[in-house]
Structures are given as C-alpha cells and as structure tokens.
Design a protein around this ligand. Structure first.
Ligand code: IFM
Length: 657
C-alpha cells in the first residue's frame, strides 16, 4: 500500500460533494475543491479564498469568497468516457486525473503552490486517438456560492494572459484572476464573465498553465514551480511526519489528516486563523470556531510553533471584537465570537439552523450562550506557552487577553446569595443538543481556568458526581435515558436537527459530542484513569457523535485507561473523516458538508497524546503509551521549547530523544 496516495477509479459525478472534499488541495490562501476541471457551480467547483469575506445583497450571512475558476478545462469531441481515475499525492499536494475517452486521453495535474501562495499550476496532457479534439480552458466565473452572488463589476480580458477581475458586493474588495500558459491558442471564447482559450488538438499536446489570484503574475515554468512546491512540502514533513509501522491503513489515514492540516495553514499571512471547514468552501461561513484552539493547536504547537503563534495572535488581534460582543450583552471583558470572521467579527446569528418542516429559522443559542469559547482561547494560549516556552507572548497581548476573558467570566457569573461561589448558568456546553443549561462542567472549568491564569481566581462550582460520573450539567441525570436508536427513531426527517428545544435529543441524555470527556482530556491531572473510564463507559453509549470533534476525545479517553482497542476505531473515524466521506451534511436545512480539520487535528492528538501518551510533566516530556495491537511502532518528531525531539514507541519500549 502506498501510504501517500489517494485514488478512486471510475467517473462518479454522483460523488461530487465527497470527492470535492476528499481531493482538496490548498496552500493556506487558496483551497481548490477536488472537483474535475470541467465542473462548474452545480458541482460545487470552488477556489476558496482564506480571509476574504462578503455579505451578498439581501443575505444575512457573510461567507468567504470563491474566486473565478482559472483551472477550468474541458475537452470536446471526445465521445464517451471509457475509464477514469482521480488521485492525490498527499506527500506533495499534487492532484491528478486521467480520463480515457473514446477519441482521446486526457491527463491533468494541478497543485496549489506552497512556495507562492497566490499561484495555482496546472499541466494538461491530451492525446487524440483519431481525429482532432478541442480543448477549452480558461477562467470560469461560474463558481459555487452558498449565499451569493459575491462578485460583480466583472471585467474579462484576453491576450497572452487572460484576466478576470471583479469586486465583492459588500466592501468592493478586488478579486483578480490571471491565467498564463506556455502555448499560443487558436481562439479566444468569451462566455458572460468567463473567458477561455480554445486549442484544436490534432496530436499529442501538453499545455502548462499558471493561475495567479490577487497578485501580479510572475513568469516561471511548471517544472521549476513544482520543484519549489515539493521542497516546501518536504520541509513540512521533516518536522511533522508520524511514522507508523505494522498498520498501513492507519499510516495512510494519518498522513491524509496531516496533509489536510498543512494544506489549510495560513503561513502566508499574519492575522488569519483556520476555518472550521478549512478551505473547502463557504460552509459554516468560513468562520473560526473553538476547533482551532482545542483540536488544531496541538498539532501546530508541536510541529510548527510559528504557525501556532499566528493562530494565537489572531485571537489577540480579535480582542476589540470580543470586547464589543461582551458589551452587546451587557458584560465586561471579552466574549469571543462563536463563529469568528475577518479579524474577529461574530458571524453566528441567533437563528443558525433552519427547520426542515417549515423552512423557518430556528432560535439557537450558540452565539450568546456558548461562553466556553473565551476560556478555550486562554487554554490554547497557555498550552502554547507551556510547550514552546514562548512566554514573551504573555507580555505581548496574552495577559491582556486572559484578563479580559476573566473579566467576562466574572461579570457573566451567578453567585447564590451569601454563597461566594461562582456558577455559570444559562449556557451551552460542547454538547450543543442541550441548550441553556446551568453549570455545564466543561464551561465552569474553562471559566475557572481563565480566572486562575489571569490571577483572578475565585471559588467556583466544581463538577457534581454521582457514582463517579460527572453530571454534564445540573439536571442532566434526571433526563430521559433513551438510547440512541430510540432517539433516532423519533426523527421525522433525515435532515432534522437533533438539538434545540424541539429536537429529539433535548429531553434525553443523548449528547451530540464529547463534553465531560473533553473536560477530562483537557484537565488530565484532575481525573484518575479510573474516573475517566467510569465516565467514558457512561457517556460514550449516550453520545451520537453528531460532530466530527467527538471521536477523538473518546479515543484519548480510552487511551487513558489503557484500552487501545476502543480508541483505535475512533482514531480511524477521525483520521478518515474526509477520506471515507458520508458525514453529516445537513443541520436542518443548512448545509454543513465540507472537510473536517478538527477531526484531522484530533487524529494527530490521538497518535501523539493518546497512543504515545506524550505529555509534559513540569518542563519534561514523557510518554505513557497505549499502542494499538496492529502497530509495531509509532515514531514522530516534535519541538519542545525550540528543541527538536523525537518520540518512539514500540510494544514494550518507549523513549524520547
Ligand atoms: O465547533 C463545532 C461544534 O463544536 C459542533 N458543531 C460544528 C462546529 C464547527 O466544527
């Protein structure tokens, strides 16, 4: 098995959505969905741009902008498809397709340059089998939009270099796509806002194209660009490759996860973070959630601290927005956006789900009650400083951030008369199916952690236990103990949202995703292995895993009590989320498909912190392995306080050099 190659045989337009995610390429600035070159908006073709947002006319939601598709290419007069294969070299972010038609063979390779973030490269190979065929390629303005259209005032120019430029609707931000190629065309074809070159191809033909988005085009050959691109990938793998022997499937799946994380990391810019669906489209409004702090930061902190620092800096820069949001609700300090757009603007609305039966917006409480977000950010900041030793960040915005978040938690807290003990009531925890609950154990701990780190500690309401099980929130134990199948059986529509007060989970103990287990993983020293086990056995059967963030938390928990066989399928589920596809694509009538970076980050967490059991004891790294039976060894580099280290685990031996 080649652990660096993803392949699918057969032309499958019915799998457009999953393949678009599965074969995504990206370089932090541009994400190119894994759609075929001839696809348009109806098949979700998109060049998704990081950090450029727009609210289209009459729309409530802002979302990131998709650029006109400079990679468009279509072969005409080919006859039927006889054979088709799509593949992705995940070591180097190189996408290929090969289609054998009745009258020609078409091969196209493309990559999003890691060396030049504004550049996409494409090499097209055509071999006619009899008479001539026609290749049409250029810049197609017909790209996928969820809440568009975002682009207007289009201008198209033909010549040696093709150009399509447009402005966004809201802020009139310029989006410009250039296309340059190494051969003279036979004809220029203009179709609405799109512009194409036409080549009449009578014999073997190779065309190399460079597409430049929002920058002036610079000359360069395909091969030299490919070499520079691959060199960057090799450098990234040097610090991040996790080697597994004995289990090819696990190796491939983890490589695939790390491939995605590298492809969406905003190395090219300061002031950007990573959206919950990466660069796979406009889903979740291209917004940054707690996914980044809790599920992505561990990977970058250990393998690329400079990138992790950028992610923290994004939140430091977002402080004014968070202060404004707290003020909007009448609180002090900083209440970070649940769905952060641009430099920290809240993108979440009060009506974030649409009812499948009435198509009416449903009141949700993610925006105003999911207050653990501010604590998650401080948690990630402190974890970053612990592992990197970059304590300078504390004096450069970190402390101010922690204090502002602590002030928010103080002003948001409730204190029973005369008790002096802080409680956080009317909140939503990580399990979003139970809204407006009191004393969610996870939220309380995050709030208290923030107060401690800001030097403002107070007495707070800790978790309530019954028979060793932490009650997720006040009153949880009194809910109906329906099993998953019973709850599922109550659904009246396949897209129905399980949460909100009318959802099937609300009155039951069924939870969407790890909540108490997330608490136990993030505060490992506060719970014994036995306690983790008790809570895992209680909560896991009651968890729908309706979020891709869930599996990794349970896998990490299972490793704590030495049950690798429980962790292993959850590891594969996380690592293969976008490889296998088929995940939840709808929350009510809102489309939520796309890639799942948090699951990819979760897969890394399971390998490094679960299977190898890497943790910091004071300032020393140590391993506490729980290796799956199928692994012979697990080895990975990591950076601790600027020092390059390597962890190696086999059955019976482990060590760090
Ligand atoms: O942040 C998550 C949330 O926890 C569950 N719903 C999806 C969000 C984005 O991934």
């Amino acid at each position: 098995m080649n652990a660096w190659l993803i392949e699918r045989e057969g032309y499958e337009p019915e799998n457009t959505a999953d393949n678009g995610n599965r074969f995504l390429i990206g370089n932090g600035f541009i994400g190119v969905r894994g759609t075929l070159e001839e696809y348009g908006a109806d098949k979700m073709a998109a060049l998704n741009l990081a950090g450029i947002y727009d609210r289209a006319e009459g729309q409530t939601w802002r979302e990131p902008v998709n650029a006109p598709n400079g990679l468009f290419a279509r072969l005409e007069n080919t006859g039927n498809i006889l054979k088709h294969k799509q593949s992705l070299d995940i070591r180097h972010g190189l996408h290929s397709r090969e289609t054998v038609y009745e009258h020609a063979v078409l091969r196209i390779e493309r990559f999003a340059s890691m060396a030049e973030p504004n550049v996409l490269c494409q090499r097209i190979f055509v071999e006619p089998k009899g008479g001539p065929v026609t290749l049409v390629c250029g810049i197609d303005a017909d790209v996928w939009d969820i809440n568009g259209p975002h682009l207007m005032d289009f201008k198209s120019e033909g010549g040696d270099i093709l150009k399509v430029s447009a402005l966004t609707y809201e802020q009139k931000l310029p989006i410009t796509v250039y296309e340059d190629c190494n051969r003279a065309h036979d004809e220029i074809r203009v179709n609405g806002n799109s512009i194409f070159r036409v080549f009449n191809v009578a014999e073997r033909f190779v065309l190399e194209r460079a597409i430049t988005v929002n920058a002036e085009p610079v000359a360069g050959s395909y091969d030299s660009r490919l070499a520079a691109h691959k060199a960057v990938w090799e450098r990234l793998w040097r610090n991040s490759e996790v080697k597994i022997t004995g289990d090819g499937n696990a190796q491939l799946s983890l490589n695939y996860s790390l491939y995605h994380l590298h492809s969406i990391a905003p190395r090219h810019a300061d002031g950007l973070s990573i959206a919950a669906r990466g660069l796979s489209g406009q889903v979740y409004k291209g917004a940054v959630f707690w996914d980044t702090e809790i599920f992505l930061m561990p990977f970058f902190t250990l393998t690329e601290p400079s990138l992790a620092r950028k992610l923290v800096q994004y939140r430091i820069n977002g402080l004014p927005g968070a202060v404004a949001k707290a003020g909007e609700y009448g609180f002090d300090g900083a209440f970070f956006p649940w769905e952060s757009q641009d430099g920290g603007i809240e993108g979440c609305t009060d009506f974030n789900v649409t009812d499948v039966f009435t198509n009416r917006p449903v009141r949700t409480y993610f925006r105003d009650k999911q207050i653990h977000i501010s604590g998650d950010i401080i948690y990630a900041l402190c974890r970053y400083m612990d592992w990197t030793g970059d304590t300078g960040l504390w004096d450069n915005g970190g402390l101010e951030l922690a204090r502002a978040c602590a002030e928010f938690y103080l002003s948001r807290a409730y204190c029973r008369p005369g008790s002096g003990v802080l409680e956080w009531t009317d909140v939503v925890g990580p399990d979003e199916y139970h809204e407006r609950v009191d004393n969610n154990a996870f939220t309380n701990r995050m709030a208290a952690f923030t107060l401690e780190r800001a030097g403002m500690a107070r007495e707070w309401r800790g978790p309530k236990l019954s028979g060793g099980v932490v009650e997720q929130f006040d009153g949880y134990f009194a809910l109906e103990d329906a099993d998953l199948e019973t709850a599922r059986g109550r659904l009246r529509h396949p897209k129905e949202y399980w949460g909100t007060q009318s959802g099937v989970a609300f009155s039951t103990k069924i939870i969407k995703q790890a909540d108490v287990l997330a608490l136990m993983n993030l505060f490992p020293n506060e719970y014994t292995d036995e306690e983790v086990k008790t809570n895992w056995l209680y909560y896991e059967p009651r968890t729908e895993h309706g979020s891709s963030l869930s599996a990794c938390m349970y896998a990490l928990g299972a490793c704590r009590f030495g049950r690798a066989e429980l962790a292993y399928p959850l590891f594969l589920k996380s690592a293969r989320a976008d490889l296998d596809g088929g995940g939840k694509s709808w929350a009510g009538n809102v489309y939520i498909g796309g890639t799942h970076p948090a699951a990819s980050g979760g897969a890394y967490m399971i390998a490094a912190h679960g299977f190898a059991g890497l943790r910091l004891a004071g300032d020393k790294p140590e391993l506490n392995p729980c290796l799956p039976e199928t692994f012979d060894s697990l080895e990975f580099p990591f950076i601790l306080r600027g020092k390059q280290m390597k962890a190696r685990v086999t059955h019976g031996r482990h060590g760090i050099e």
